[in-house]
Design a protein around this ligand. Structure first.
Ligand code: SF4
Length: 208
């Protein structure tokens, strides 16, 4: 027979009332459309996409991160001056985001999602940043709702992948190319040249 407290935790996790949280911090957005704006960041544990260049591999296993009460997270987010929260990971959509978004909205806090788009959408979002990954491509429902796509570029072969993604997005979706961090010295000149010829794209440089 399983422990009652384990059953309760599982039930709360299913409802999204607790979430495995890797870290929370108040900072400036360092990538994409909202670069330079202050926000409260919540990094959710759990991702099965498996990008080999991932710089947060410690986020992959959700069991390594404590289950935190969403009500507590929201009260910390509500205590900072900025009225925006960025939910990142890991892959946040591995868990239900409905309760978290509802509670943030009740406080008048804008909700920004960073996702690979590999899982069905939950939650109510003011901004969705879709960063598609070739190993686990996004679902069409996420392309339809993406506010921006941010394609990671390591070499010139990634531009074809970027265009394949762009045609699946809505016409008002912002298009960003961002160098993969460890390849940035060679990738940035390639991106600059590409954007010169394809000005519908913009450069996103990690500022953090
Ligand atoms: Fe890492 Fe993001 Fe890829 Fe998941 S989707 S493996 S968190 S880079």
């Amino acid at each position: 027979m399983s422990e009652p407290s384990l059953n309760l935790s599982f039930e709360l996790l299913e409802k999204g009332e607790v979430l495995p949280v890797m870290e929370e911090f108040y900072s400036l957005q360092g990538e994409g459309y909202h670069t330079g704006k202050a926000a409260y960041f919540i990094r959710i544990g759990g991702c099965d996409v498996g990008c080999y260049w991932c710089d947060v591999k410690e986020s992959w296993n959700p069991d390594l991160h404590p289950l935190i009460s969403v009500d507590e997270i929201v009260s910390r987010a509500d205590a900072v001056p900025a009225r925006a929260v960025v939910i990142t990971g890991g892959e946040p959509l591995n868990h239900s985001m409905n309760y978290l978004c509802r509670k943030l909205k009740e406080k008048g806090i804008a909700t920004f999602l960073e996702t690979s788009g590999s899982q069905p959408l939950s939650g109510e979002w003011d901004w969705i940043c879709l960063s598609p990954k070739i190993k686990f491509p996004p679902l069409q429902e996420i392309y339809n709702k993406a506010s921006e796509i941010k394609v990671i570029i390591r070499d010139s072969s990634d531009f074809e992948w970027a265009e394949k993604n762009a045609i699946k997005c809505s016409s008002n979706c912002k298009l960003y190319l961002q160098p993969e961090w460890s390849s940035r010295k060679t990738a940035v000149p390639l991106i600059v040249e590409y954007i010169s010829k394809h000005p519908e794209w913009q450069l996103s440089l990690q500022a953090h």
